[in-house]
Design a protein around this ligand. Structure first.
Ligand code: AMP
Ligand code: MG
Length: 306
């Protein structure tokens, strides 16, 4: 079990940009400061995900959540009824939200949850930061439901693994998107959809995924950020009218990482694409196809296809 001193240690690690595995009532999460681009990039690197998908941002309080995203009446009603608990709300990002663009994979919505676990709440409060917390397993493997599983999966990448015993649900949170129209069940999970419908009325089925975008899991809708401007990969220089996004020695209007560091490039990717968007086009320097470079190129390829 975990002492107050261990939580203070863990909170210091989070504030220093390091990763801490922590228990929630659903599964163990790999926690990092959601407002720290480099820490979020380190989460993707540790999980070895071949692509960037948006992460859930964990908070400990409705007020904290409302500083990050825009709540309407339905969102408030659901939060009042089910938080803390295994319900994730996807809401419009607040204009001044400090959350990393990498955490939301460039989307202007945020997935938020207040977990019902005393250690998770204590860590979030002690760190004084919202935490990303995808399941603490390497990509493609089972979500850990004990501290020992989490340590075996990702102990190497985490500064600490907080032990809160076995998870009560052992199943991911239910994800509901609130926008215009009916609420959409993006992912069935530990909170029964019937309980949500009792608050909101009928939930809509997710729309079919766009184009050849694979569905990461059945019943889950994932929209991907793509810039409005046409994007050209593997560019050594900009053509007339294009903005240039550099990498390493191939410089540009902005440079993902002048030192050719892929974690730095991942951390900057979405924020820089957004800054260069709206011009005639975006030319992107070649990115090596290794480590986080694979996920960066995956995202650029999708954007290049429009
Ligand atoms: P995980 O953190 O790995 O348990 O999974 C996060 C879940 O939330 C995935 O199903 C994501 O697709 C979903 N998610 C997170 N952020 C968003 C978002 N902004 N829009 C839609 N789905 C999201
Ligand atoms: Mg997972």
């Amino acid at each position: 079990m975990t002492s107050g001193a261990a939580i203070e240690d863990a909170a210091r690690s989070i504030r220093a940009g390091r990763l801490v595995a922590f228990p929630t009532e659903t599964v163990y999460g790999l926690g990092a400061d959601a407002a720290d681009d480099r820490a979020v990039a380190a989460v993707f690197e540790a999980k070895g995900r071949p692509r960037f998908n948006p992460l859930i941002v964990h908070v400990a309080g409705r007020g904290e959540a409302e500083a990050l995203a825009v709540f309407d009446d339905r969102a408030r009603r659901l939060a009042d009824r089910f938080w803390p608990g295994p319900l994730t709300l996807v809401l419009p990002r607040a204009p001044a939200s400090p959350v990393s663009w990498l955490a939301s994979a460039g989307l202007d919505t945020l997935a938020l949850r207040w977990p019902a676990h005393p250690l998770a709440e204590a860590l979030i409060r002690a760190a004084g930061r919202p935490l990303v917390g995808p399941s603490a397993n390497r990509s493609g493997r089972l979500s850990p439901t004990t501290a020992a599983h989490a340590a075996a999966e990702l102990g190497q990448s985490a500064a600490m693994v907080l032990d809160g015993g076995p998870c009560r649900f052992g199943l991911e949170s239910t994800v509901v998107a609130l926008g215009d129209g009916l609420p959409i069940l993006l992912r069935p999970g530990a909170l029964d959809a019937d309980a949500i419908e009792a608050e909101t009325g009928p939930l809509a089925e997710p729309a079919p995924s766009a184009g050849d975008e694979p569905r990461p899991s059945p019943g889950m809708l994932l929209r991907h950020y793509a810039p409005d401007s046409p994007l050209r990969m593997g560019a050594e220089a900009a053509r007339p009218g294009e903005a240039m996004l550099g990498f390493g020695a191939v410089d540009g209007d902005l440079n993902l990482s002048p030192s050719a560091d892929l974690a730095e490039a991942a951390a900057n990717l979405f924020a820089m694409l957004r800054r260069l968007d709206g011009r005639g086009g975006i030319a992107v320097a070649p990115i090596p196809e290794r480590g986080l470079g694979r996920a960066i190129n995956d995202r650029l390829r999708r954007a290049a296809r429009g």
